[in-house]
Design a protein around this ligand. Structure first.
Ligand code: KIV
Length: 303
């Protein structure tokens, strides 16, 4: 085998070996290395995430708003989620991938929950699933975990239940509601979740959950005292215009760059400056013969 080929294969094997497992996430917690993960939905962005060294990617049901233009996450289906997981997996073959169980995929029965979690693994190529809810879904978490699937819990502000919460509202802002969040965290852990995401809670609440639970605890809008952060790529990269939560930081403005690029394109098309010579294909045959053929064709046209 030529040395070049051997080198490429070795490089690929090394790259594959770098894909994280749940044990790596636990190790990161133990060593105090924070995990950085992002929410995205397609192969193109996933390839950039992998190149950037993202620890994990979540294919979130926020695709309902960001990709499909709905007002919330409720309309997202299993088929939509799986298709997006497949795309992300192709774009980032060596990044830890989490599939987000959509609304209705695990609520009716434990059977539904296990069936749909298995679909995420078999069809979506994910490494773990995430589902929203605490005490109320502990039986589903337990059953999915017993099927050998890594479950990430998600409590606090849970967008799928925003109607029941009266909107996208920060949770646990007083002792009574903080107790409910903490009870949910304990229930999720006891049910066998291997990691937990807290969304939209005061930092003190997240810090306490992080202190008492031995599993990785991550945050989104939950302060810094936990094992890592997740953010929507659409928020962090400046792609979503409709709403930006207080906790989101814009690291760049793809929206602005895209609008500028589109304006330039429109201007060049209308001004006859695009395509330029370097964007055209050359005719490779006998040009005289071709011209004669066109002349003959035009002469005999019957339109
Ligand atoms: O769907 C999503 O984007 C999420 C994040 C809010 C974590 O669940």
């Amino acid at each position: 085998m030529p040395i070049g080929c051997a080198y490429i294969i070795l490089k690929e094997i090394t790259a594959m070996a770098q894909k994280k497992t749940i044990l790596d996430l636990v190790k990161m917690k133990e060593t105090g290395e924070k995990a950085a993960w992002m929410v995205m939905y397609d192969a193109c962005f996933a390839s950039y995430a992998e190149e950037a060294g993202m620890d994990m990617i979540l294919v979130g049901d926020s695709m309902g708003m960001i990709v499909y233009g709905y007002e919330g996450t409720v309309p997202v289906t299993m088929d939509m989620s799986i298709a997006h997981c497949q795309g992300v997996r192709r774009g980032a073959p060596n990044t830890y991938l989490i599939g987000d169980m959509p609304f209705g995929a695990y609520h009716a029965s434990v059977g539904d929950a296990v069936h749909n979690a298995v679909r995420f693994m078999k069809e979506g190529g994910v490494d773990a699933i995430k589902l929203e809810g605490g005490v109320a879904v502990a039986d589903k978490i337990e059953a999915i975990g017993k099927a050998g699937i890594v479950v990430f819990g998600h409590i606090g502000l849970t967008p799928q239940s925003s109607a029941a919460m009266g909107g996208f509202k920060v949770q646990g802002k007083n002792t009574a509601t903080a107790k409910a969040v903490i009870d949910d965290a304990i229930a999720v852990y006891k049910a066998g979740a291997r990691a937990l995401l807290l969304e939209g809670v005061p930092e003190e609440v997240c810090a306490f959950v992080h202190k008492i639970l031995p599993i990785p605890v991550y945050g989104i809008g939950a302060g810094i005292q936990c094992d890592g952060q997740v953010i929507l790529a659409a928020d962090a990269l400046g792609m979503y215009k409709n709403f930006t939560p207080k906790f989101a930081k814009k690291y760049c403005d793809i929206g602005e760059i895209a609008t500028r690029g589109m304006k330039d394109y429109i201007e060049e098309v209308k001004g006859g400056r695009f395509p330029a010579p370097e964007h055209k294909y050359k005719f490779g045959g006998d040009i005289d013969e071709f011209r004669a053929f066109l002349e003959e064709t035009e002469k005999n046209l019957d339109l």
